[in-house]
Write a protein that binds this ligand. Structure first.
Ligand code: PLP
Length: 370
């Protein structure tokens, strides 16, 4: 039983999740939605996210077999797609057992299915085609043969998919090339088709087909380069919070934290926040090139980071937060400070920051509707 007060928490807003899913649906009104919940629902908590989206998404998608089993437990009656988790022939039996729809993306997978001919029941599967990303998928020229082999092996429902490498860049012409290849490779079949990730849901309507596969946009992160979630009518799902564990004043010329990387230009009130890279905050944030500089939110005001981020804490300048005292709540990202902005400071993308929130941060569902 939890007897202590919270130290750091990620509040997960179910209403924001459903709002973001509704945005995807409005953008792709003729498509079904496969909500991508891999990597612990982008760090938000698989079970909670599946519960919050229950009845709203027509399917879920995960990466690993274990995620598939967890997702199946959280959503007993919703189709679950296994995007990349097949490692050996016997994994197909686990797919059957847990009613997961595997993505078959390699010639070897076709052989595994043939080895199980007649033993996979009414397995549904996605056949993945490599249309230019050069990561997973069979060659477009091999599709007809692959579909034929899967049919003869008793796979009941064969759907066709591919993945886009550059949809986040609206001006990138390679997306049109991938779309053209996908259409050409799939035109001869009546199978359901899927191509669009979040970025394509937003900016490439011709890629929507029968199923769209939004991930990051469901969590409120922007899927497009140089844009932040709120500008796209996406609501942040995660409020990442910690507390001030120390407040003190330092004199002019005092250096703060490991390496003395910051020197106070005058007397300064410094707050120490109980959240560091051990909790998933990026250790490297670029203070020089960001305007406004990297900061946290305290009572709605920005408190800029000073000195290095350490494992369990980080230091901030409290000049703009006069009344801040020990125990005061601090927001690392969420409303008023987009995770996309923090990702920019760290030279990465919101996906990575969200996935890396560590286990010592409690996920707390906030869901007024349920
Ligand atoms: C992760 C993933 C998605 C979702 O991508 P987002 O950019 O988060 O929308 C869609 N399709 C596949 C195959 C994926 O691996």
């Amino acid at each position: 039983m939890k007897t202590h007060n919270w130290r750091a928490r990620a509040r997960i807003d179910g209403r924001a999740l459903r709002h973001n899913l509704a945005v995807a649906r409005r953008l792709a009104p003729a498509s079904r939605v496969m909500a991508v919940v891999k990597s612990n629902a982008y760090g938000h908590g698989m079970a909670e996210v599946c519960r919050a989206l229950g009845g709203q998404a027509e399917a879920f998608a995960v990466a690993t077999l274990q995620e598939g089993i967890d997702c199946r437990a959280a959503a007993p009656s919703v189709p679950v797609t296994l995007l990349s988790g097949l490692q050996r022939p016997a994994d197909l039996q686990d797919c059957r057992r847990h009613r997961l729809d595997p993505v078959l993306h390699h010639e070897e997978h076709l052989r595994w299915v043939e080895q199980h001919r007649g033993a996979l029941g009414s397995l549904s599967a996605w056949l993945k085609i490599d249309t230019g990303m050069n990561r997973l998928g069979i060659a477009p020229a091999r599709v007809a043969d692959a579909v034929d082999r899967l049919r003869r092996s008793g796979v009941g429902d064969i759907r066709l998919m591919s993945h886009l490498a550059n949809a986040d860049d609206v001006s990138d012409r390679r997306t049109a090339t991938q779309l053209r290849r996908f259409k050409r490779a799939t035109a001869a079949f009546k199978s359901a088709r899927s191509l669009a990730n979040s970025a394509a849901v937003m900016k490439w309507p011709r890629t929507h087909f029968d199923w769209v596969r939004p991930g990051i946009m469901l969590y409120g992160g922007a899927p497009l380069l140089g844009v932040r979630g709120p500008e796209l009518d996406l609501s942040p799902v995660m409020q990442l919070e910690a507390k001030l564990i120390s407040v003190k004043t330092v004199r002019k010329g005092e250096a703060i934290g490991y390496g003395g990387a910051f020197t106070a230009p005058g007397p300064m009130r410094i707050g120490v926040v109980g959240f560091g890279y051990g909790d998933g905050y990026p250790r490297i944030v670029d203070r020089a090139s960001a305007a406004p500089p990297p900061a946290v939110l305290i009572g709605g005001a920005r408190a800029p980071l000073v000195g290095r981020v350490s494992m369990d804490m980080l230091s901030v300048d409290l000049s703009a937060c006069e009344d801040a005292a020990i125990g005061r709540k601090v927001t690392l990202w969420g409303d008023g400070l987009s995770v996309d902005e923090v990702a920019d400071w760290a030279g990465t993308i919101s996906y990575e920051l969200l996935c890396k929130i560590s286990e010592r941060v409690a996920r707390e569902p906030v869901d007024p509707a349920q």
